[in-house]
Design a protein around this ligand. Structure first.
Ligand code: C2E
Ligand code: CA
Ligand code: CA
Length: 689
């Protein structure tokens, strides 16, 4: 008994205080859920709120009817107080279990009103039953003796349900670990209080007091659990979601405004920047530049190399270009720099030179050392254009033109635009060129340096434009390559070359070979080899009389070219590397690929001057000798060059010295004459020696 600490008469007050705390806990839960359920539409939450409203109401009547409380409606008695208690206890454990097992659903706005009303009505019914003047229910406690069998049975029923709840929570622990833990703790407190409430003999004894204490603990923990699941957890999740949202917003911004490969501001960013400047009428200059050989590197080595090159280029720019300039990347693998303010021509030129110097050292990517010119186009605001689209377009036009100059730098001027328009027109005309018979071939003989005999002809395509006249291949082949026209074009060239050379062979009764130039797009088209074989069959041309000229860049995709070249070789077709020495420095591919000859570029031959040695020519000749390849030199214009090549064991030559490229009908007529001339020239050299 508690008399030792405080008197019997004080117990009512102590009980009252404990009960008030319990009521506060229950009410707090009910009110909290009521407000939260406006935002969280989970049915379980609302049922819990309603349950605790009911519990709070019953707890109030339990408190006021407690033994020793002042007269209120009726005299207070253990009968009423215990019944209210046991009702509350049963509803608590049954309610909690039911809510836990209940399926989670979304509720409508009305259901919290309904649930709370049901709780209220239920509480009123309970009050009426218990308060009924005629005692409708059997007593649960007999004073001095203790609790009755019924009370204990009901108490243990509540306890058992509580245990069931614990088991349920433990099984479904993972769904909401922290909430489950709190519910389990509360349940344990309730079970302890249950046991204590079956032990007491008198409401004043220590068991009753401790029972209340544990009951209070349980409610406080329940409050904590419901606060956690209804407020804390959703709030934490929300702030996590917010954080993720923030993060993805950032990522989206980066994706929208930065280039993936180089991490530089992208086209959208640059456009917006330029627009902004134009809005405020701030002067600036745009520099757009690209690597001349990037497209070739991409098509021959693959995107890995081109992207890596762009990335390394961006790094170099980042390190060396003043932070006053905005550096960005446009979609077409072009870089753009915005130089603010009004600038003198020489200032801009200095920036251009700085950029070019930056890329003088080759990019080392795996075992390739890649080098390329940068072509820079410049347009200025407000001088060249007044809107961002035209400014960028004009700088790009200038950049394309820059590729044709030795400085590789070009300021925009209005003539450039006209040229570009011309190019587009040219591309359109090109589509009809084959059908309209505007293409034709010229042939340039190749002679054996030892005998002077014409052993082959190089076929060179010409375009007779209806209004512009003869257009050199250097101008329209790149357009054909870019537009994809090179495939029908190439087929036409090959077929015509075979047919016309066949005619020549029959007339002369001599197996003169023909050399046909190939573009990279042709070599890598599907069924290239069978396509060639079809043409040979169609024109009844001997494969051994056909030589295909490819360039060094085409050999860089060694794995891809190798099978194609082997197939060609098996058919008897020979392969020469054109413009040898102007492409990539790696020579390793030479011994891996089945190549027949190397063709020294006319640029190197042109450097052969009287009495001097030309180291590059010597080098090519010696490489060829070691690899047992034939060498043909093109662009021979002087006897000196012929002499030099002959004395250095070059096998064949081709050039204006012997004959310019000429039409087949002319060649047929003048063949003997040209042949005589060649033999004479070679003979003359022999005499000199
Ligand atoms: P290429 O294959 O290097 O052709 C040799 C070029 O040098 C030809 O120019 C020829 O006329 C020129 N040439 C020959 N001997 C001399 C000489 O002694 N001195 C000088 N200065 N030049 C000489 P062309 O016909 O203008 O062809 C230019 C380029 O166009 C060719 O260079 C080739 O890459 C391309 N090409 C020509 N025809 C075709 C074709 O049918 N298909 C493809 N894909 N490309 C072609
Ligand atoms: Ca050629
Ligand atoms: Ca060449």
């Amino acid at each position: 008994e508690l008399y030792g600490i405080f008197g019997k008469e004080n117990y009512v007050a102590i009980h009252l205080i404990l009960e008030i705390f319990i009521i506060i806990s229950c009410m707090a839960i009910a009110i909290q859920v009521w407000f939260i359920s406006k935002f969280s539409f989970i049915n379980k939450d609302i049922y819990i709120g309603a349950l605790f409203l009911f519990l709070a109401l019953i707890e109030i009547v339990h408190t006021i009817s407690y033994k020793g409380m002042p007269y209120f409606i009726t005299e207070s008695s253990p009968y009423e107080a215990t019944w209210f208690y046991i009702l509350e206890r049963l509803f608590l454990s049954i309610g909690l279990l039911a809510v836990m097992v209940w399926k989670v659903k979304k509720h409508s706005g009305a259901s919290r009103w309904i649930s709370y009303s049901v709780a209220l009505v239920l509480a009123i019914i309970c009050v009426f039953i218990v308060y009924s003047p005629k005692q409708l229910l059997p007593p649960l406690v007999i004073e001095g003796v203790g609790t009755t069998f019924l009370k204990n049975t009901l108490q243990y029923t509540a306890l058992s349900i509580q245990v069931l709840l614990i088991l349920y929570l433990v099984r479904h622990y993972k769904i909401a670990p922290r909430r489950s833990l709190l519910f389990v703790v509360a349940s344990i407190y309730l079970i302890v209080s249950d046991i204590l409430f079956t032990f007491y003999k008198d409401v004043y004894d220590i068991y009753n007091f401790l029972g209340h204490i544990f009951q209070l603990f349980a409610f406080v923990v329940l409050f904590r659990a419901i606060y956690y699941s209804a407020v804390e957890y959703p709030y934490k999740r929300m702030s996590l979601v917010n954080q993720e949202l923030e993060q993805s917003k950032k990522e989206m911004y980066n994706m929208a405004y930065f280039d993936e490969i180089t991490n530089l501001p992208n086209e959208r960013f640059i456009y917006e920047k330029i627009k902004e400047k134009i809005e405020y009428h701030q002067e600036f200059t745009l520099l757009i530049f690209e690597f001349e050989r990037l497209a070739t590197i991409k098509s021959s080595l693959g995107t890995f190399y081109s992207e890596e090159m762009l990335r390394l280029a961006a790094e170099r720019l980042h390190q060396s270009i003043s932070s006053n300039y905005v550096v960005g990347k446009l979609r077409e693998d072009q870089f753009i720099i915005i130089v603010n303010g009004q600038k003198e021509l020489n200032e801009i030129e200095a920036v251009c030179e700085q950029i070019q110097q930056l890329f003088e050292t080759p990019f080392q990517i795996q075992h390739f050392s890649l080098h390329s010119n940068v072509n820079i186009g410049i347009a200025n605001y407000p001088g060249d254009a007044k809107d961002e689209n035209n400014l960028i377009k004009y700088a790009q036009f200038a950049m394309y033109e820059a590729g044709l100059t030795t400085e590789h730098i070009m300021f925009y001027h209005s003539k450039i635009s006209d040229k570009r328009t011309e190019r587009v027109v040219l591309e359109n005309n090109l589509y009809q060129a084959i059908q309209n018979n505007e293409l034709f071939l010229q042939y340039q003989p190749q002679i054996d340096v030892m005998t002077g005999e014409i052993i082959a002809l190089e076929a060179l395509v010409r375009w007779n434009h209806p209004t512009r006249g003869l257009i050199p291949p250097a101008e329209f082949i790149p357009i054909a390559e870019q537009s994809g026209l090179i495939i029908p074009f190439g087929n036409w060239v090959l077929e015509t070359a075979c047919r016309e050379t066949k005619e020549l062979q029959e007339k002369l009764n001599k197996p003169v070979k023909v050399a046909v130039n190939l573009s990279i797009g042709q070599l890598f088209q599907a069924n290239f080899v069978s396509n060639v074989l079809d043409i040979l069959e169609k024109t009844d041309f001997h494969p051994q009389c056909l030589e295909l000229e490819i360039t060094e860049t085409m050999t860089m995709k060694t794995n891809q070219v190798k099978p194609i070249l082997h197939q060609l070789k098996e058919c008897g077709i020979s392969v020469a590397i054109d413009d040898f020495g102007t492409g990539f420095s790696s020579l390793s591919y030479l011994k891996d690929l089945p190549i027949d000859s190397l063709k020294i570029d006319r640029g190197f031959v042109g450097k052969i001057k009287n009495g001097c040695t030309e180291p590059l020519v010597d080098m090519i000749l010696s490489v060829a000798k070691h690899l047992q390849l034939k060498v043909i030199a093109e662009g021979i214009e002087t006897m000196n060059q012929l002499h030099y090549l002959k004395s250095n064991q070059c096998d064949f030559i081709q050039g204006f010295l012997i004959c310019k490229p000429i039409n087949m009908d002319v060649l047929l007529k003048e063949f003997d004459q040209i042949q005589m001339k060649a033999i004479d020239m070679v003979a003359l050299l022999k005499l000199e020696q």
